[in-house]
Design a protein around this ligand. Sequence first.
Ligand SMILES: [Ca+2]
Ligand SMILES: [Ca+2]
Ligand SMILES: [Ca+2]
Ligand SMILES: [Zn+2]
Length: 305
Amino acid sequence: MRKVQHWVVVGGLFFGGAALGVGCSVDTSDVMDEANDVSVETEAAPPPVRTCATKDLSPAEALAAESEAESLHPWKDGYAFSGTVTIPVYFHVINKGTGISNGDIPDSMIADQIAVLNAAYNGTGFQFQLVATDRTTNSTWFTTCDQAGTESSMKGALRKGTADDLNIYTCSPGGGLLGWATFPSSYSSSPKMDGTVLLYSSLPGGSAAPYNEGDTGTHEVGHWLGLYHTFQGGCSGSGDYVDDTAAEKSAAFGCPTNRDSCANKTGKDPITNFMDYTDDYCMNTFSAGQATRMQAFWDTYRAGK
Ligand SMILES: [Ca+2]
Ligand SMILES: [Ca+2]
Ligand SMILES: [Ca+2]
Ligand SMILES: [Zn+2]
């Protein structure tokens, strides 16, 4: 099976998992099938397929986080969460000049992103409130925010608050990446790196169609609150550690209704789930189990910390 990293030809086809040595496991045979259906532009910009560069925890880290949350805040059979938490949001706009095409997105797009988050998380126990927006003009940061050195510099200079504050950075990472996030259990060892990074044009009304309705933000904040991809682990094992999301062999792209990639496991693929890789118009759901998982991970790793 051929690994596809030639992003010049297809305007950004790139797999974070392969090229960055990080986690989002993607079955490339499926990606090729789906990618062939995507009309390709020669211009830069819209990623042809969703690519999230959230780094998987190591198996040991993942097991430790699972058992810590389950022992401090057991959630598998439901969870008693106290009301709705409103999470303060610090927005950091990195740009290379004025105007949307240089990444200097207007306040209205940020407000719309917060509104998309609040609609998506309605009923999960979480809401979001913008506290402050800062703007930094730095073309190196803007174009290389996915590189470790830049990410450290950028976050080191700009991050605000503690474990229960959401920091969102927008920039233009290379290789068609839409975004990435850090997990709750990573905060204590790397507090400055905590947060989510989004392709600026993925915000509502941006140019990254079909990923321009703000659900890259929804998806990355899901990781920040402790969720894994619905296709994590494929058809076997613990998958995403959430019982009411059907197992899925690999990421789904577009909106493949009735896909059932784990025929031996109950249920069709959760293609409308925010933690899959489908188009923004297609993803609209967190499951009840995902909500309780986020609540328990919040109480374990973020609340009051
Ligand atoms: Ca599951
Ligand atoms: Ca199935
Ligand atoms: Ca949606
Ligand atoms: Zn992801």
